[in-house]
Each structure stands twice: as structure tokens, then as C-alpha cells.
Design a protein around this ligand. Structure first.
Ligand SMILES: *[C@@H]1O[C@H](CO)[C@@H](O)[C@H](O)[C@H]1NC(C)=O
Ligand SMILES: *[C@@H]1O[C@H](CO)[C@@H](O)[C@H](O)[C@H]1NC(C)=O
Ligand SMILES: *[C@@H]1O[C@H](CO)[C@@H](O)[C@H](O)[C@H]1NC(C)=O
Ligand SMILES: *[C@@H]1O[C@H](CO)[C@@H](O)[C@H](O)[C@H]1NC(C)=O
Ligand SMILES: *[C@@H]1O[C@H](CO)[C@@H](O)[C@H](O)[C@H]1NC(C)=O
Length: 335
């Protein structure tokens, strides 16, 4: 081949590539059924300002709050995330008609009311359900246990009521449960000791949960536990132990009563808040072996000398005050 043919070939090739790129970028990727569903959702949400670019002249995979998957799912919508908005509506039942949805989020929207729609049980690929800082009412639905791929559940900051469904524990991948700041009553389900995923995050604070913490929770490897501001009673010592991988435990403002002297903490512990309970006994010497970053055992019924060492003297008296007869630095010396 002479030089000229080479150059011509090169140019034809470059032209072809450019052509391909233009075709690829101008063709609508959006799945036609998904587009129709999204427009119904927009309508159900009363055409809010946040969705102003949900307009048929654009590819719906480029709409705000929407993300499409790759060719293996025919570019179906896999993620719908709407947050920080002012919308007065309910969660549109049509979200159940986005069959490849993996992530669904409605977060911090001023006036989303009503219940969690049952249609979401159609979303068999759903991994993350994040419906928080809304004004949802009704129960934490039992039907959530049909979402077998769910690994993240966040329903915090709503007005959900009733008890926590024990069926959630049947979800094999669930690793994060945040139901805090609702109006939940009843007990923590016994079944919650059978969650499979680790580490596990269980956040149930600011509800009206009562009864005792199930012994079975001692089986779980938690990273974070927050049961603060409920009405839990009885023992919590099953949540502790030298082999735990927990980083943070907040049990403050309950009515727990157990002997702290038996409670060993593990080296992973960074944050421990037990304030405002009825905890008895003394602070174990074992606690001086690890470096806690935050500790609060105030407003309990503890007694005896605060062991010297580790990080225990690095905290001020507000960590230890309002107990029955704790003494020693940073409190007054023992008599
Ligand atoms: C993608 O679309 C084709 C043609 O409509 C269909 O046969 C195939 O099942 C679809 N694939 C998926 C993952 O939905
Ligand atoms: C909230 O939404 C309800 C109905 O969806 C409506 O009646 C009410 O006026 C809304 N409140 C505000 C503050 O927008
Ligand atoms: C929920 O509604 C109450 C009044 O009914 C309102 O004060 C509150 O701000 C709302 N919460 C959210 C997150 O919009
Ligand atoms: C902690 O682990 C050690 C070593 O694996 C084991 O011997 C011990 O029995 C365990 N302790 C508890 C309380 O499970
Ligand atoms: C521990 O909790 C009590 C009660 O809420 C609070 O007054 C105190 O400041 C807290 N201590 C620290 C060190 O934060």
C-alpha cells in the first residue's frame, strides 16, 4: 500500500469512529416502559420543581434523580433518589413498576405523608430502601421481608407506629437497619438474633420500645448499636464481651438494670454511652486495657472506685456524675 491509501484509510476509520460516538450519544438509552412509569411518578408527586427536567425531549437516563443500568438490563432505571425537596404527596405506588430498581430513596422532603406502598414488593432487585425524614405514618410493613436482596433499610425520622416486624430477620443480606426517631412500640424481636450479615448496624433510638433486649442479640457482630431513648428494661450485658467487634454502643435513657462489674469490653470499642439507666455494680478494671474515645455512665446506680488507667481518667466528671457512690479521679477521692 502506498502512503496515500494509508492516509485515506486512517481518515475513513477516524470518521467512522466519530460517527459511532455521535450515534451512541444521541440515541435514547432509556427503556420506554420506565420512561412512562417515571412520568406517572412525576405526576403523582404533583410535578415538583425538582423534577423539572423530566421532559420527554431528553433521554430519561439523563433526568435528575434517575440512574440507568448498563446493557445487561437494557438500560433500565436502577436508582431513583429524590431528596431535599418540597413536595406534598404520598410515595407513588408506581415506583413498584421500575422492575430493575436497586436503590430507592426519598429523603428530607417536607410533606411526604401516607404509608409505605405495598407495590415495592415487586422490586425484586431492591438493595437499598431509604425513606427518611419524611412524614410517613402507618407500620413498618411486614411485607418488607419479601425484598430478598435488601441490604440497607433506613426509615428514620418518620411517624411510623406499631411494633417492629420480626420477619425482617429473614432477609439474608440485611446489614443496616435504621428505624430511629419514629413512634414504634412493643419489643425488639427475638428473631433479630438471627441476622446473617456482619458487621451489623441496628439503630432504634427515639422510639417507645419496651421490654428486655433479647438474649439472642448476643450472637450478632454489631458495628453500631443505638437503642437510646426508649423504655427498655433488664439486662444488656449480652451486647458486650471480649470477642465483640462493636465500635459504638448507645443505650442511654432507658430503664436498663444490670451489673456492670461483669461487663467486659473488647478492644474495638470506641464509643459507649449508658447514661440515664439503673445500672448497678462498679466499673470493671478490665476497661483500663482499652482506649475508649467517648464514655458516659452518668445517672446510674454505680458504686466503688473508678479504676486507674487506660482512658478512664481522660474523661471529666460529666462522664461519671450522678451515680450512687462512684469515687476516685476524676470524681472526688474515695473515703
Ligand atoms: C432486553 O430487551 C430484549 C428485547 O426487548 C428482551 O428480549 C430481553 O429479555 C431484555 N432483557 C432484560 C434483562 O430485560
Ligand atoms: C401536606 O400535604 C397534604 C396532603 O398531601 C396537604 O393537605 C397539606 O396542606 C400539606 N401541608 C403543607 C404544609 O404543605
Ligand atoms: C411533619 O409534619 C409536622 C406537622 O404535621 C411538621 O411539623 C414536621 O416538620 C413534618 N416533618 C417533616 C420531616 O416534614
Ligand atoms: C473469645 O475467643 C477466645 C479465643 O477464640 C475463646 O477462647 C473465648 O472462649 C471467647 N470468649 C467468649 C466470651 O466468647
Ligand atoms: C453524659 O450524659 C449526661 C446526661 O445526658 C450529660 O449531662 C453529660 O454532659 C454527658 N457527659 C459527657 C462527657 O458528655
Amino acid at each position: 500500500m502506498d502512503h496515500k491509501t494509508n492516509t485515506t484509510l486512517l481518515f475513513s476509520f477516524l470518521f467512522f469512529i466519530t460517527y459511532l460516538i455521535i450515534i451512541a450519544s444521541s440515541k435514547d438509552l432509556c427503556n420506554e416502559n420506565d420512561k412512562i412509569t417515571l412520568l406517572k411518578i412525576k405526576n403523582s408527586l404533583n410535578n415538583p420543581y425538582q423534577l423539572i427536567n423530566w421532559d420527554t425531549t431528553y433521554d430519561c437516563c439523563r433526568w435528575s434523580s434517575v440512574e440507568c443500568g448498563d446493557a445487561t438490563v437494557n438500560h433500565s432505571v436502577i436508582s431513583l433518589t429524590i431528596f431535599s425537596a418540597q413536595i406534598s404527596a404520598q410515595i407513588p405506588p408506581e415506583v413498584g413498576d421500575l422492575p430493575y430498581l436497586q436503590d430507592l430513596m426519598f429523603h428530607k422532603i417536607t410533606n411526604i405523608t401516607g404509608q409505605i406502598p405495598q407495590t415495592i414488593t415487586k422490586l425484586k432487585y431492591l438493595r437499598s430502601l431509604w425513606l427518611s425524614s419524611l412524614n410517613l405514618t402507618g407500620p413498618v410493613p411486614d411485607f418488607l421481608s419479601q425484598l430478598k436482596n435488601l441490604d440497607y433499610l433506613n426509615l428514620a425520622f418518620n411517624q411510623l407506629s406499631g411494633s417492629i416486624p420480626s420477619s425482617l430477620a429473614s432477609l439474608p443480606k440485611l446489614a443496616y437497619v435504621d428505624l430511629s426517631r419514629n413512634k414504634l412500640t412493643g419489643t425488639i424481636p427475638e428473631s433479630f438474633g438471627s441476622f446473617q450479615a456482619e458487621p451489623f448496624y441496628l439503630l432504634l433510638s427515639h422510639n417507645q420500645l419496651s421490654g428486655s433486649i433479647p438474649k439472642s442479640l448476643g450472637n450478632i457482630n454489631f458495628d453500631k448499636i443505638d437503642f437510646s431513648r426508649n423504655k427498655l428494661t433488664g439486662d444488656a450485658s449480652m451486647l458486650f464481651g471480649p470477642n465483640k467487634t462493636t465500635f459504638s454502643t448507645d443505650l442511654s435513657r432507658n430503664m436498663l438494670q444490670f451489673d456492670l462489674a461483669r461487663v467486659e469490653i473488647s478492644e474495638t470499642f470506641g464509643v459507649l454511652d449508658l447514661n440515664h439507666n439503673g445500672i448497678t455494680g462498679s466499673i470493671p478494671v478490665q476497661w483500663t486495657e482499652h482506649n475508649l474515645q467517648i464514655l458516659n455512665v452518668s445517672y446510674n446506680r454505680l458504686c466503688g472506685r473508678i479504676p486507674t488507667g487506660g482512658s478512664l481518667q481522660r474523661f471529666d466528671s460529666y462522664t461519671y456524675f450522678h451515680n450512687k457512690c462512684l469515687c476516685g479521679a476524676p470524681l472526688d477521692s474515695c473515703k
